[in-house]
Design a protein around this ligand. Structure first.
Ligand code: NDP
Length: 595
């Protein structure tokens, strides 16, 4: 757009046409939507879920009575425990599938695993624990260390059952207790349950024909096999020197591990269906003096600032990185009399500008012209997880690395020794699946049977979509609370909202105990009021997701009403926090019945 008053130097009509064409191409080629993947648990691949990191220790089944059971030892579970303990509620048990705390950071130990969000806002309980992240964006082992420090500080290890899967939670009306059963034969009765079992349920695999016939070595990135690859998260994968390796997937996980595989593999094929957007990382060590000079309360302030900076509601952007650049760019071009339509138009134009820069970066870095073209993403930035990396694109300049771009089709077949893409076989010794995770909110059912009043299953109640108050309480399921994103808020910085929810749930347990209530249940009306409010706040999301290229964000291109019903609250996380805070301040437990 020559002479554009805002300085935009591209043709938005041509870009939209290109984006739509690329999306449509993918939809045409993969009409199966989410059905193209299969659940590993219960399949012939179930042994791929075995924990390779911590030895399984036999123990006797436990039978006991407690006040609160927390299901899940990831960030949400840890935060729930911390807030409960701060409220003086210490009779807690945690059930965790992994051999230690950490959730996603326990399982994802692939080389290069790191958090793309600044550590100063991403790590929970930083001030409480007294941790100083070594860098602005830290790698997974350091995150796991902080997780363990949290568990030690709040003395959670003696209160936890690790390597333990909850198999059923059943409400017992006669005793007003939940009875929790596990795959280790435990039976624990508890007044309250907090389900914090995570946003991503488990790794998933693509249903590529012949996947079961591959005789080479293969594994999912969430169960990295260092015995086979050699090395560690810090050391080169030295056993791959004589191996031809392939990876399926080019999402946020692959972006981080590709440079490591490229460093040592004899030859390395990257099978790409849709390129990710990969912007500059520019990591840097923490300035110790600066960190020590931060005043108490800085952590919450910085987390809130991030939310404001992403949404353009704060005056000064403390974070100033890729996540916050949209509003930085917008604010320079805002006018006082802008309508909502003007604002939406400007937002779209800035998105085009950012993506143009990301595509230009590909041209700057990549030497081969065809490879560069194939690595350019054509969609709005938030249609897929934005990525930040300073070595990913560069890896494709190496002679031992080949990008196999499938122009949206993906890998079509796997044989005993090869991956077939673009009708050609690629012979491999090792195949890495970087193919993502089942997304809890959109999976039907619940992670384990949750049986409420009258033995009614939550999965049955939710057949046509979730219904909750605040994403936490479900009518018919007294004393059961959910920490998740379904009908609750979501932020690119996950832990912010997890702590908001943890604070709220701890308050409810504290109040119920103080008032001598044995039952806390949301009324049917309060639940349906929240669902209606949630839907009214979120309905515009459906149009946005329908425009996007397919990904797990939009049900692989088949966005329907479920994306609203089971999706996150459409207002900002701060707005959601305010709703909960005002609710607490009334002291009336509006919508909940205490008996
Ligand atoms: P994703 O679901 O994002 O990516 C799966 C990849 O597999 C996609 O590239 C997909 O292609 C590809 N794929 C699936 N089937 C085929 C096929 N048949 N042929 C070729 N390719 C195929 O999973 P990730 O593990 O990468 O990321 C999951 C999430 O984990 C992220 O969105 C992010 O939220 C989180 N994460 C966060 C990080 C952080 O920094 N905090 C780091 C890493 C992950 P297509 O794109 O065409 O669908």
């Amino acid at each position: 757009m020559p002479n554009d008053p805002n300085g935009f130097d591209f043709d938005p009509v041509a870009l939209r046409k290109k984006y739509n064409a690329e999306r449509d191409k993918r939809l045409e080629m993969r009409p199966e939507g989410e059905a193209q993947f299969f659940r590993i648990r219960g399949s012939a691949f179930e042994d791929r879920l075995t924990d390779p990191y911590t030895e399984f220790e036999e123990r006797d089944p436990r039978n006991e009575d407690v006040e609160v059971v927390v299901i899940g030892g990831g960030f949400a579970g840890l935060l729930a425990c911390a807030r409960l303990i701060e409220q003086g509620i210490t009779n807690i048990r945690v059930f965790e599938r992994g051999g230690d705390f950490g959730g996603t950071w326990y399982w994802n130990r692939y080389p290069g695993a790191a958090c793309d969000v600044e550590a100063y806002i991403y790590l929970p309980l930083l001030e409480e624990v007294g941790t100083m992240p070594s860098q602005r964006y830290i790698f997974a082992p350091e995150i796991l260390e902080h997780v363990r420090a949290i568990a030690r500080k709040y003395e959670l290890y003696p209160r936890s059952y690790l390597h333990t899967n909850v198999t059923e939670a059943r409400w017992d009306e006669a005793t007003s207790r939940w009875v929790i059963k596990t795959d280790r034969g435990d039976e624990v009765r508890t007044k309250f349950v907090i389900q914090a079992s995570g946003h991503y349920r488990e790794p998933k695999l693509p249903g590529i024909p012949g996947i079961e016939t591959f005789k080479g070595h293969s594994f999912h990135t969430a169960r990295w096999d260092y015995d086979y690859t050699g090395g560690s998260p810090f050391e080169p994968l030295d056993k791959l020197k004589d191996k031809v390796v392939g990876i399926i997937g080019t999402g946020a996980t692959a972006i981080q591990c590709v440079p490591h595989l490229a460093k040592t593999a004899k030859h390395f094929y990257v099978f790409q269906r849709t390129p990710s957007s990969v912007d500059v990382r520019a990591n840097s060590p923490t300035d110790e003096e600066w960190y020590k000079s931060l005043k108490p309360g800085w952590h919450q302030e910085r987390m809130r600032n991030f939310i404001g900076a992403v949404r353009g509601t704060c005056e000064f952007d403390m974070i100033n990185d890729g996540w916050t650049q949209t509003f930085q760019r917008m604010s320079k071009r805002m006018k006082p009399d802008m309508t909502m339509e003007d604002f939406a138009h400007l937002h779209q134009m800035v998105d085009y500008e950012i993506m143009e820069n990301i595509r230009a970066r590909v041209d700057e870095v990549i030497q081969d012209k065809d490879t560069a073209e194939a690595l350019k993403p054509w969609y709005n930035q938030l249609c897929k997880r934005p990525c930040y990396h300073d070595e990913y694109l560069q890896a494709f300049n190496q002679d031992n690395v080949t990008l196999v771009d499938t122009a949206g089709r993906g890998v079509t077949r796997i044989t005993e020794d090869s991956v077939i893409a673009n009708d050609k076989p690629f012979k491999l010794d090792c195949l890495v699946f970087a193919t993502g995770f089942e997304l809890s909110p959109f999976e039907s059912g619940t992670p384990f049977p949750i049986l409420g009043r009258g033995g009614k299953a939550m999965a049955d109640k939710w057949q046509d979509g979730a219904s909750t108050m605040h994403g936490m309480h479900v009518h018919g399921f007294p004393n059961f609370m959910i920490s998740g994103t379904r009908q609750a808020s979501y932020d690119n910085n996950f832990p912010f909202i997890q702590q908001v929810v943890a604070t709220h749930m701890a308050h409810i347990v504290r109040t119920a105990l103080d008032r001598g209530a044995s039952k806390v249940e949301v009324t049917a009306k309060a639940e349906s009021d929240w669902v209606a409010f949630h839907e009214s706040k979120s309905e515009r999301n459906l149009t946005m997701w329908k425009e996007c290229t397919p990904s797990y964000f939009n049900q692989e291109g088949k966005a329907d009403e479920r994306i609203i019903r089971n999706g996150n609250y459409g207002g900002s996380p701060i707005e959601f926090e305010d709703i909960l805070q005002e609710w607490r301040e009334t002291g009336e437990m509006v919508g909940l019945e205490l008996k």
